[in-house]
Design a protein around this ligand. Structure first.
Ligand SMILES: Nc1ncnc2c1ncn2[C@@H]1O[C@H](COP(=O)(O)OP(=O)(O)OP(=O)(O)O)[C@@H](O)[C@H]1O
Ligand SMILES: [Mg+2]
Length: 177
């Protein structure tokens, strides 16, 4: 969809106006919101994402929540269309996978319907909690398998839009942080 491509380009341009230090600084306030979110506080099993440098930084957040005794899951890419989920046990068992994303090395986590909360990165989110991702449909294909999981969209404030273009496969979030 052409409109999605245009919006992704717009967001990329916005991101380039920030230095890495500024993005990391902005990440701290998002991190605080996640830590104090009631759904996160109550959750036992959380699907997170291991951030790339231009995304809201989740690295210390992941270890923080792990040290609180929560089960932390991370996605890994299995092919051009699909992600699966693995349990995260600590920074030592991460290995770089597709798209340069760090992924756990262990066995697949099969009880995906038990995931209480999923933290989902996005290029943009809108007022109706629609999500624009990076354009491969990975999360849309995965999230339709866990309709009961509470989905929290995560991005920087400047990435949020009033309305974003959507298609029939786009899975809406329950909350945007
Ligand atoms: N459940 C699905 N079944 C079949 N095709 C799908 C499904 N979900 C998404 N797609 C297709 O995947 C392609 C990419 O979707 P879209 O542009 O929404 O990606 P995205 O949500 O931005 O990406 P990502 O989740 O990887 O960050 C589209 O052609 C879309 O129709
Ligand atoms: Mg989509």
């Amino acid at each position: 969809m052409q409109e999605k491509i245009l919006l992704r380009n717009k967001i990329r341009t916005l991101k380039r106006q920030f230095t890495q230090a500024q993005l990391d600084e902005l990440s701290l306030s998002v991190e605080r919101k996640v830590i104090s979110n009631q759904r996160i506080i109550n959750a036992d099993i959380i699907l997170m994402y291991y951030s790339l440098s231009d995304e809201v930084n989740t690295h210390s957040l992941i270890d923080n929540l792990l040290s609180q005794g929560k089960k932390i899951l991370l996605p890994y890419v299995i092919d051009e269309e699909n992600i699966e989920i693995r349990e995260y046990n600590g920074p030592y068992d991460l290995i770089q996978g597709a798209y340069g994303i760090m992924e756990p090395t262990g066995n697949s986590y099969c009880n995906i319907e038990d995931i209480d909360v999923a933290l989902i990165p996005g290029m943009s989110f809108d007022k109706d909690k629609n999500r624009l991702g990076r354009g491969k449909g990975y999360y849309d294909r995965f999230l339709k398998k866990i309709p009961k999981t509470y989905k929290i969209g995560v991005c920087f404030e400047f990435q949020k839009q009033d309305n974003i273009p959507t298609g029939k496969y786009d899975v809406r979030m329950d909350e945007i942080i």
